[in-house]
Ligand binder design. Structure first.
Ligand code: AMP
Ligand code: MG
Length: 489
């Protein structure tokens, strides 16, 4: 276990040509203090969790004191936002402090969000607020607990500095960890600038750093596209199965590692609603829950487009090759999603009719205002018929329940064993909006961070019972039904 000063940095991105980034130091916030620290994330970089109580810890991670070995920079990227290409985005309020190598040889970006203006701020204040830092912190840990690939978060620091959003809030910083912060939009930037030499440098860098196993393949750039298509299909299948809506699936928020990146106005389904929109500024419902697989494919097409000059020097040949890879997405997604839903239903065998059984359940749930997570947890009991009570009209599910019981017979697994297995894939605790909201209110109004702590414990082990904590598994209370998550973060 290391101190902050002993971390081993290897800042490979900072060694790329200057056009890839802009160097900046973080701009500290007034009266920075630690809001929460994630010991599980600290272990990823071999950082001793005791470091969090060191008097210099906050100052070192928020720019008031130097962090030895770091080389802070804002990464340059572009991207398709709500379907429209924006030629230059970049880290407008975040910095890559550096890349830390752990004892196992893995590299982790230390990425500080809310660290002040950069060359890419485009008139924004370069800041993040405590509310959105808490949401990202809790949700990335929740996703990890659910087994869905994601960035992680090491800590949140708060401040007394006012930051203006829809109302006055306080500035905060979030220290995020990820294998890298290269996005689909990183490639798009060089492609649309027609800087194909730099495009190749980026692709070669990514291959060398993260996809070494693809370098010997006949066409490494096509192989890279294939791998990102597959990991993104798995990622979105995970989102759909667990009921997670990302909210801002712009191509600059899509990681080449197939991990969940950039938590803004995200939402988990409470009641099942296929076309749920969590982002209230998304007036055309572009990022509705049930559109996420299509949007993922759209974003992958943007990535493919950007890689065309590398895939083949003949544009038509390159396009044919890329198209053939993109055509795989639907089957990759569908198979993975179906497997996850079979597991959620306790079905180990794959029989014809399973998908219909699942789709029928979803449509019954939608018609009857049934809570998505509670329903699957309830079906996981040795007596699945307990789930009836969750339906507005319990008789509505009787015919389905009979078919389900008959289907379970075919599995021939004892009820207790089925229940045990199902509870390992059907979480009891998810990050419902109202839970995040309560933690935010306590933190922002009273400086009380205990609710963050409580939620972290539950969300890190969401499949466990946690006796006495049942109220945290419940659907939103009436006061919370109409919370609108602010999309300004
Ligand atoms: P996001 O919606 O957080 O993915 O951000 C999209 C783009 O806007 C990125 O380039 C961000 O760096 C930039 N951005 C978002 N909020 C701010 C802000 N408060 N100040 C400067 N840039 C921002
Ligand atoms: Mg973003």
């Amino acid at each position: 276990m290391k101190t902050l000063h002993e971390l081993e940095f290897d800042n490979s991105y900072a060694r790329l040509p200057a056009i890839f980034y802009s160097r900046h130091a973080p701009t500290p916030l007034a009266q920075s203090h630690l809001v929460h620290f994630n010991a599980a994330a600290a272990r990823l970089i071999d950082l001793d969790p005791e470091q969090a109580s060191h008097p210099d810890f906050v100052d070192t991670l928020t720019g008031r004191r130097p962090l030895p070995g770091s080389d802070p920079l804002a990464m340059c990227y572009a991207g398709h936002q709500f379907g429209h290409y924006v030629p230059r985005l970049g880290d407008g309020r975040a910095l890559l402090l550096g890349e830390v190598r752990n004892g196992a040889g893995e590299k982790w970006d230390l990425h500080l969000k809310g660290s002040g203006e950069t060359l890419y701020s485009r008139g924004g204040d370069g800041r993040s607020v405590l509310r959105s830092a808490i949401r990202e912190y809790l949700c990335s840990e929740a996703m990890h607990g659910l087994g869905i690939p994601t960035t992680r978060a090491l800590c949140i620091t708060g401040s007394t500095e006012d930051v203006y959003r829809e109302q006055i809030e306080t500035g905060a910083m979030l220290l995020r960890l990820a294998p890298s912060h290269v996005r689909f939009g990183s490639f798009e930037y060089f492609y649309y600038e027609q800087r194909f030499d730099e495009l190749r440098i980026l692709a070669d860098y990514v291959l060398a750093q993260h996809f070494g196993h693809l370098r010997e393949s006949g066409n490494p750039y096509l192989a890279l596209l294939r791998e990102v298509i597959a990991s993104t299909a798995r990622l979105v299948a995970g989102w759909q199965a667990v009921g997670f809506a990302h909210g801002v699936m712009n191509s600059d928020n899509m990681s080449i590692h197939g991990i969940t990146l950039d938590y803004g106005p995200f939402g988990f389904l409470d009641r099942y609603q296929a076309d749920f929109v969590c982002n209230h500024s998304d007036h055309r419902s572009r990022y509705a829950f049930n559109r996420q697989p299509d949007i993922a494919l759209f974003n992958l097409s943007c990535l493919a487009q950007a890689l065309l000059p590398l895939i083949d020097s003949q544009p038509e040949a390159a396009a044919e090759l890329a198209k053939a890879e993109l055509a795989e997405f639907e089957a990759l997604f569908t198979d993975d999603y179906a497997a996850r839903m079979r597991a959620r239903l306790g079905l180990q065998q794959k029989l014809p009719g399973d998908q219909v059984l699942c789709d029928e359940l979803l449509s019954l749930m939608e018609d009857n205002g049934v809570d998505y997570s509670l329903l699957f947890r309830s079906l996981s009991e040795p007596q699945p018929s307990a789930a009836r009570a969750l339906f507005a009209d319990p008789r509505a599910c009787d015919a389905w329940m009979q078919r389900y019981q008959a289907r379970l017979q075919a599995e021939n697994v004892p009820a207790a064993e089925r229940s045990r297995r199902m509870k390992q894939v059907n979480p009891k605790y998810i990050l419902r909006n109202h839970l995040a909201e309560t933690a935010i209110r306590k933190a922002a109004d009273d400086g009380d961070y205990s609710e963050i702590d409580r939620l972290m414990t539950l969300l890190q082990q969401p499949f466990d019972e946690h006796p006495g904590m049942d109220s945290f598994a419940a659907p939103p209370p009436d006061w919370a039904r109409h919370i609108q998550v602010s999309c300004s973060s």
